[in-house]
Design a protein around this ligand. Sequence first.
Ligand code: 13P
Ligand code: SF4
Length: 330
Amino acid sequence: MEQLQIDKMLEEQGFIDEPIDPKLKLVEEINRLKKEKNAVILSHFYVEGDLQDIADYVGDSLGLAQAASNTEAEMIIFVGVHFMAETAKIINPSKKVILPDLKAGCSLAESAPADKFAEFKAKYPDHKVITYINASAALKTMSDVVCTSANAKQIVESFPKEQKLIFAPDKNLGNYINSITGREMVLWDGACMVHEQYSVEKIIDLMDQHPDAEFIAHPECEKPVLLLAKHIGSTTSLLNYVQKSRSKKFIVATESGILHQMTKACPGKIFIPAPSADSTCACNDCSYMKLNSLQKLYTCIKYGQPEVTLPNDVIEKAKVPILRMLEISK
Ligand code: 13P
Ligand code: SF4
């Protein structure tokens, strides 16, 4: 979603920034309002721990899309980023979908503006388009099927080997899937700011300092980082791996929010965030995911906004590749 659209939606819906009584028990209030409004809270692994703990479902992008397609609640509160809430709306057009902060975008989704992508696609008329879920609804309307990091290999392999493919917008995930499937998909040149900032040299140094640690990484990381990894997978896959592995220590190359679940699932194990090239920043935190807070969640559920809205024709077109993904991933 582009900034102008966000500004327009904020203007239309009004921006609620009222002071909250510091004595209010936010978790209790959120749970009360959730029941009253027949709402469900879906949180991604990258948001703060308190927002993961209050969720009815916490998971990776695939799990969240599946949870959104299975819910019977009347209202979906998506504690993640905009493209995730948008996907939930596309699957559930008759439901109200709200998110704590409309400005929670995604650098990867923004790296593929719809008009530029349309020009790119036009150069490859005999190619089918696989779109990573971290993309705008507009991009999804131009796609044959959507995928997430958990099912990208399966989705790519659902096409015959001779079928020419475009993969967008993440070039790192696309490159990785090309390398494990032997395909030569044409890649859009996009990337995630969090997964592109790791320092290979510093990771190697850290591995030397902790020879008993396993290095694991999300496939949105760049190739030189992935080449060092013992295990590569979606956030759910990384979480499952640390639980099954006999190792007691892990160096983790993905957004820091996942460490909350890892520590909860494996209290005796040690998790070290992979080092960034710039040691002065909090670069392992996705600044968009971290726009979510308990206070904003409370206000959002209380007032039922900001709400995600999309034109009907966009919903109808974008729904096709998303439902196709959900069908293949059953
Ligand atoms: P997964 O949820 O598929 O692990 O992807 C992570 C991500 O970048 C979400 O923004
Ligand atoms: Fe987007 Fe990267 Fe943040 Fe995920 S971590 S929401 S891909 S910017």
